[in-house]
Write a protein that binds this ligand. Sequence first.
Ligand code: ATP
Ligand code: MN
Ligand code: MN
Length: 301
Amino acid sequence: VKPERPADPPEESEAETVRISSRDRVIFPESGQTKGDLADYYARIAPLMLPFLSGRPVSLVRCPQGRAKKCFFQKHDTGGFGDHVHHVPIREKDGGTEDYIYVEDATGILACVQMGTIEFHGWASRSRDVEAPDRMIFDLDPDEGLDFEDVKSAAVDIRDRLAEIGLTSFAMLSGGKGVHVIAPLRPGHSWEAHKDFAKRFSEALAMADPDRFTATMSKAKRKGKIFIDWLRNQRGSTAVVPYSARARENAPIAAPIAWGELKNMASAHEFTIDDAKKLLTRAGGKGLSGWGFADQSLPDL
Ligand code: ATP
Ligand code: MN
Ligand code: MN
């Protein structure tokens, strides 16, 4: 009797329970990918994406008629998402409470895609304790006309400054113009401490290197510089989730990359929804295994 080979994990089976309508509808007119192509991308990539998406309140970018038509951000369930898109009540600034949506499996992702979702943006905390942020993001936004080389060196500088204070960080191509530098954190500090740290860290960088960086959102002060967008780190803000597709030309995705390969990247949109196979292979490789995970707390500075 031959020994039985262990079964492969059921990667795509779950997603088959969501029926995707209008599979042939073109969502990315410049490059031709359809709603079916987008759904297939998410079905394959779900095991890689879920560790970063599962349980987080999300904002969806929905473009039911494709990326070149009307798109909108959606944080609340207005109906039609089904049982795999969950709700978590979150206290609002005005004292009221609103139900936010989150997913925790491939079926939930596909239910959102069926509703015209292209992008997934996540909170920096999870629904089981939305008051406890667990990742810090420095979203590098280059002024128009800046070279991508400048963005890359800025990302490396931020990595080094974070390392000096004991924080491991990871790089992600946003799928748009910039790079996100992400430091996972053990929950246990407040939103106020989280935001305050991000602000002071970014302002210190801008102060030390005012020709390259600004920590102020104002467009006028951004001329020729990189805006270190630390505002992603406040309660209620979101950032695009690793492996999310983007509603931009040619169907790019937000791509985790190893620090060592950043220098070889020509732009922030090097990977697209056509690259599911490549992304799955890459994720198992040495450079990317463990990407996005580090057991560390916000330093007491
Ligand atoms: P790029 O590299 O081109 O800057 P990005 O994803 O970083 O891509 P930003 O414009 O810098 O895009 O925005 C950062 C994040 O802010 C977005 O990923 C999104 O989560 C959030 N965001 C931006 N605009 C909105 C909006 N209108 N409503 C909700 N969230 C938004
Ligand atoms: Mn950005
Ligand atoms: Mn930004």
